[in-house]
Write a protein that binds this ligand. Sequence first.
Ligand SMILES: [Zn+2]
Length: 59
Amino acid sequence: MHTVQKIHCPNCGCEAERHYITESQITRTQCPACDYLMISCTRTGKVIEAYAPGILARR
Ligand SMILES: [Zn+2]
């Protein structure tokens, strides 16, 4: 099961995507506008990988 949700990027505020990948129990958030990336574990809530480029909150 793979669910995609439209969200707002926490880094730049643009439209980003959050993918829920149930079989690997991870949530992957990615923004095409600023290359923001966050992968976290759905079960524990722990962040596995995070990458935020240095353009903080510029709209
Ligand atoms: Zn962004």
